[in-house]
Design a protein around this ligand. Structure first.
Ligand SMILES: Nc1ncnc2c1ncn2[C@@H]1O[C@H](COP(=O)(O)OP(=O)(O)OP(=O)(O)O)[C@@H](O)[C@H]1O
Ligand SMILES: [Mg+2]
Length: 454
């Protein structure tokens, strides 16, 4: 790892001498002729270690040390003291200096000291990176999914989270749009600040305005005190506008103005309030169609939709079913204090055959009721809601148009297996494939390849 060092000293000879010696050690070195210049350079970022003289015209070394400490704790600062006065050095150590050297500088000592300081800096950086990775991972744990379409969603989330760009999350009801919004905030530099959520469809138009922008005392009947709106509360954080497709024309104009100018007034107020908010919006409506109909403003759409995340419906990512089923089973078994821990072949086939119009929310509800209904540790088809019971026993497999070849193969295999009551040898025979092939496919899809049902 190559580090960048900053040497701050008003004496040109010392500054350049130190820089030359540190460069010989293989470091990248920048110099500054006084505290002010040093501070400006430091603020630009990417400095790993600072060596500074204490007495300089303008901003002194003590002050520089304090500023660095409060801006970026963990950056080692080595102070140089010209007068051999132990007191000033001790004072500097108290203020967070890594160590001190007295002039004239012994270059070998400096070299050792720098090496040691950088070693601890490297350890700290590594530690911090690990913590960040862990945090990163945690954010995704709440969104279950390993299918290719969900991996693409995760990838987009990772890439947009650090930016400030507005994100529009689209997808059918129950696909997990709110979880995606949570992850974007949780992985962004704004995570320490508030994530404020507004459910746009739940509020009448007049209430929504005061909810978003706040109001002044007496601005309308019932406004008995000044109220801060969600835009103010979300300052420096993220504002999640859920069901954005539901807001009326008047609100669309007001919202557009805040997005363009980053300013607004409270209802009934004169004062213009500036706001620094990242907007994440969600909708299950087709906003393009709304634009065509003239019910949604195109300019607002472009402001909101800088990045689009389309969360695919569950029927297009049935590979996510095994993990979702297991996780919901576990959750509801624990919640209901029941020893349910698995699901039989027929019930599983019914879950796969169903097309989940209510998406993950419907699956979650289905698993909850199944756990409640289950008589033993294994969920059977009888425990599932009636809408799910397949008609496979009539001898037909129905595959909706638009199903991929890969997905169709799975449906065929699973439905045949289910029709043959889980008998894998017969299933292989009927499908004219080898038993090994069948087992391999099932294992690949996370169906297990135990020899039961033979
Ligand atoms: N990938 C997932 N992993 C685990 N739980 C999920 C997942 N997707 C959705 N859920 C759960 O499903 C339910 C619905 O999710 P969410 O509220 O995020 O959906 P939505 O897309 O916002 O739906 P709507 O458009 O109806 O508001 C929640 O209980 C959520 O925790
Ligand atoms: Mg939602």
């Amino acid at each position: 790892m190559r580090f960048k060092l900053l040497v701050v000293d008003d004496e040109k000879n010392i500054r350049e001498g130190l820089a030359a010696s540190l460069e010989m050690d293989g470091h990248a070195v920048e110099t500054a002729a006084d505290g002010d210049e040093g501070w400006r350079r430091f603020q630009k970022g990417d400095i790993d270690l600072v060596i500074t003289d204490l007495r300089m015209p303008g901003l002194g070394g003590e002050e520089l040390l304090k500023r660095i400490g409060s801006e970026t704790p963990g950056i080692p600062v080595i102070v140089l003291t010209g007068h051999g006065t132990v007191e000033t050095a001790v004072e500097a150590m108290r203020n967070g200096a890594y160590d001190f050297l007295t002039k004239p500088i012994n270059l070998d000592r400096l070299s050792l000291l720098v090496k040691r300081a950088l070693k601890s800096r490297e350890l700290e950086l590594r530690h911090r990176r690990m913590e960040e990775e862990l945090e990163h991972h945690k954010q995704f744990e709440t969104i279950i999914g390993t299918s290719a379409p969900m991996r693409r969603v995760f990838d987009t989330i990772s890439r947009v989270a650090p930016a400030k760009a507005s994100v529009l999350i689209t997808g059918e009801s129950g696909v997990g749009k709110e979880l995606v919004a949570d992850a974007i905030h949780g992985l962004s530099p704004r995570r320490g600040k508030p994530l404020i959520k507004v459910h746009c469809a739940a509020l009448a138009a007049s209430l929504l305005e005061s909810e978003l922008f706040g109001h002044e005392k007496g601005s309308f009947t019932g406004a008995t005190a000044r109220k801060r709106g969600r835009f103010e509360l979300a300052n420096e954080g993220t504002l999640f506008l859920d069901e954005i497709g539901e807001i009326d024309q008047n609100m669309q104009i007001k919202l557009l103005r805040v997005l363009q100018e980053k300013k607004f007034e409270r209802v009934g107020g004169e004062e213009t309030i500036e706001t620094d908010v990242r907007i994440v919006a969600a909708t299950n409506k087709d906003l393009k169609a709304e634009i065509e109909k003239g019910t949604f403003r195109e300019d607002l759409y472009f402001r909101l939709n800088v990045v689009n995340i389309l969360v695919p419906p569950l029927r297009e990512r049935k590979d996510d079913l095994p993990l979702l089923i297991t996780s919901f089973l576990k959750e509801f078994a624990a919640e209901n204090g029941k020893p349910v821990d698995s699901i039989d072949e027929k019930a599983r086939a019914a879950i796969y055959a169903y097309d989940w119009p209510g998406n993950v929310r419907e699956l979650r509800n289905c698993m909850e009721s199944a756990v409640v209904m289950a008589k033993g540790p294994v969920i059977t088809e009888a425990d599932l809601p009636p809408t799910l019971r397949t008609k496979n026993d009539e001898g037909w497999i129905r595959i909706p148009l638009g199903t991929t070849l890969e997905e169709s193969e799975k449906i065929i295999v699973r439905d045949t297996l289910s029709f043959l009551k889980g008998n894998k040898s017969r299933t292989a025979e009927v499908l004219a494939i080898g038993r090994k092939t069948l087992h391999r496919k099932l294992a690949e899809w996370g169906e297990g390849s135990d020899e039961s049902g033979e």
